[in-house]
Design a binder for this molecule. Structure first.
Ligand code: SAM
Length: 261
């Protein structure tokens, strides 16, 4: 299982150029300030992708170890860090088997629905227990997940998006199929880079991501040693969660230690 390989990783920041990363980082910062017990300075990011949240959070004063399992995404992140004079420490990690020697961290984050990539109950438990192991007592976990209600009611089986590029046009076709029993969305991306001179390049990648209900996620958190503190409708401080809420930002606090069994 892998995602964002090769050219797909290089195109990632073009696809999400409109995503308000700086505002989202400011929202995470606000959550960390509001809900933390004691000072929160040292952050662990899971599934950091090309590192845009980490780079923005560093500007807000955090020291960050940012991890991902796509070497190609990490290469983009490290390039951006070098260009911007950043000290974010980008490292390869599979979030299902987190193992960072210089722990604990004050807080962990996992954004843009990345926690759903692990798909299965067993893997989700591995992620949550891994985060728990890497946090100090009372440490926070702020993460975002795909909301099942919006996915089941509103998903588009086919979406086409286009971006104008200096040498032509970028076209992405996203085809989504839902597996209701496993709560998975399988999205096949077919991407064309169409050049003005009539030539083109294409790639295809299928990604599988899980969607969750809020109370289901509350159960997961409680069973893995976290106390759920707050559910936000996306990165909005006071919106209520509705059938149109695609992304839920959860804030949870580590409580107690897990047994080793
Ligand atoms: C939608 S991207 C989000 C990236 C970034 N958080 C953002 O907001 O732009 C999902 C990321 O999850 C990473 N990912 C998926 N499964 C993973 C795993 N098991 N361990 C670590 N990273 C994983 C992918 O490589 C990809 O970078």
């Amino acid at each position: 299982m892998s995602s964002y390989i090769g050219r797909h990783a290089e195109l990632y920041d073009i696809f999400y150029a409109d995503k308000p990363y700086a505002e989202e980082a400011a929202f995470v910062h606000q959550c960390l300030q509001q809900y933390s017990v004691g000072t929160t300075h040292r952050l662990l990011e899971l599934a950091c992708g090309t590192g845009t949240h980490a780079l923005a959070l560093e500007k807000l004063g955090y020291e960050i170890v940012a991890t991902d399992y796509s070497e190609d995404m990490l290469a983009c992140a490290r390039r951006k860090a070098a260009e911007g004079g950043s000290s974010v420490d980008f490292r390869w990690q599979d979030m299902r088997a987190l193992d960072i020697a210089d722990r604990p961290f004050d807080a962990a984050i996992c954004l843009f629905d990345s926690i759903g990539y692990v798909e299965t109950n067993e893997a989700l438990r591995q992620v949550l227990q891994g985060v728990h192991r890497h946090l100090r007592p009372d440490g926070l976990f702020v993460f975002e997940f795909w909301h099942a209600v919006a996915m089941l009611r509103n998903h588009d089986p086919v979406r086409v998006r286009r971006w104008s590029m200096p040498k032509g046009e970028l076209v992405r076709i996203s085809e989504t199929k839902l597996d209701y029993a496993k709560q998975l969305a399988r999205v096949t991306y077919t991407i064309y880079e169409l050049r003005h001179d009539g030539t083109y390049a294409s790639l295809k990648e299928t990604q599988t991501n899980r969607y969750f209900l809020v109370q289901e996620m509350a159960g997961w958190l409680s069973s893995c040693g976290f106390m759920p503190l707050k559910w936000f409708a996306g990165f909005a401080p006071d919106g209520s969660i509705t059938e149109q809420t695609w992304h839920i930002v959860a804030v949870a606090r580590k409580c107690g230690e897990l047994s080793e069994a």
